[in-house]
Design a protein around this ligand. Structure first.
Ligand SMILES: [Zn+2]
Ligand SMILES: [Zn+2]
Length: 291
């Protein structure tokens, strides 16, 4: 599937495709991990991704849920899996049931209610961990964690059959390492999640920053969003290699946002920042009409 209409950001070995504008649409796909954070209006490009991780129920993040399920059914794909805040489960199921009465078909879907601290196995060694955020009742962020078993140092030089024998005899020869690959905060203002090790150490942090303007502190508080002044303090203590800022308001000029990033963050932190922006306009082909 081509991602030509979505923006692409490369962070190490992960490619992130999506777009995000406050109040309009947020959808962020990571094909290599087979996850899509929020579904926006379910653009064509994300339909083949098997897991949608829904942060909260606001329309700009969740509008495409029914379409995602129905298009997968229409295209004879396996039902998608939707991880969502537990308190939305019955309402989203009712929404699909309502569409079934209108549309005449009820597409299958695997809805997984999630609460703070829950984990879901996406595939072998790869997990989605949910944590509470501070936006709407029950809103969630997610960290995708790769989990591997490593041999303890004392066993590294032993031959394979000897390790197998020890393992069989009940000896603990391995330890677990958790590698937080990518964290998505959804919409949120500051909160306890900022202290979670998986958030702080995640290779990639996708954080919303809706407001930058000094006049917009009240708006940020009222909508329970980050203002850049708050986020700047949080980012200073984070260990992430890449930080993607999403959900800018159309009221913010990107030029101002970039300037504030340079002024208020250390050069090291500023160098980690990428903005995920609005949907790309279709490429103009000579002789072809614009869509
Ligand atoms: Zn939003
Ligand atoms: Zn929201």
């Amino acid at each position: 599937m081509a991602y030509s209409r979505l923006n692409t950001i490369t962070c190490g070995n992960l490619e992130i495709h999506g777009y995000s504008v406050a109040g309009e649409e947020t959808v962020i796909a990571v094909p290599e991990l087979n996850v899509c954070f929020d579904v926006g209006k379910a653009p064509e490009e994300i339909l083949s991704i098997d897991h949608v991780l829904l942060s909260h129920g606001h329309m700009d993040h969740a509008a495409g849920i029914a379409y995602y399920c129905s298009q997968r059914d229409f295209r004879e794909m396996a039902p998608g899996t939707v991880l969502l805040p537990a308190r939305l489960l019955s309402e989203v199921q009712a929404l699909l049931a309502c569409w079934a009465r209108i549309d005449g078909t009820h597409p299958p879907a695997n809805f997984v209610p999630m609460e703070h601290g829950d984990e879901y196995e996406l595939r072998r060694n790869l997990f989605a961990f949910a944590f509470s955020t501070n936006h709407t009742a029950g809103s969630l962020g997610f960290t995708i964690i790769e989990r591997r078993q490593k041999l303890k140092p004392g066993f590294l030089d032993l031959p394979g059959p000897e390790i197998a024998r020890l393992r069989k005899a009940g000896e603990s020869v391995t330890y677990t390492i958790n590698m937080p690959l990518i964290t998505y905060l959804g919409d949120t203002m500051g909160g306890d999640f900022e202290q979670l090790a998986c958030v702080r150490q995640s290779q990639v942090l996708i954080a919303e920053c809706t407001f930058f303007d000094q006049d917009h502190h009240d708006r940020a508080r009222a909508g329970r969003h980050y203002h850049f002044d708050q986020l700047a303090e949080v980012l200073a203590g984070m260990e992430n290699e890449h930080v993607i800022l999403t959900h800018l308001s159309r009221r913010t000029e990107l030029k101002l946002a970039r300037q504030l990033v340079r002024e208020k963050l250390s050069p090291e932190t500023a160098a980690k920042i990428t903005f995920l922006m609005a949907r790309q306009k279709p490429a103009h082909k000579k002789g072809a009409e614009d869509e």
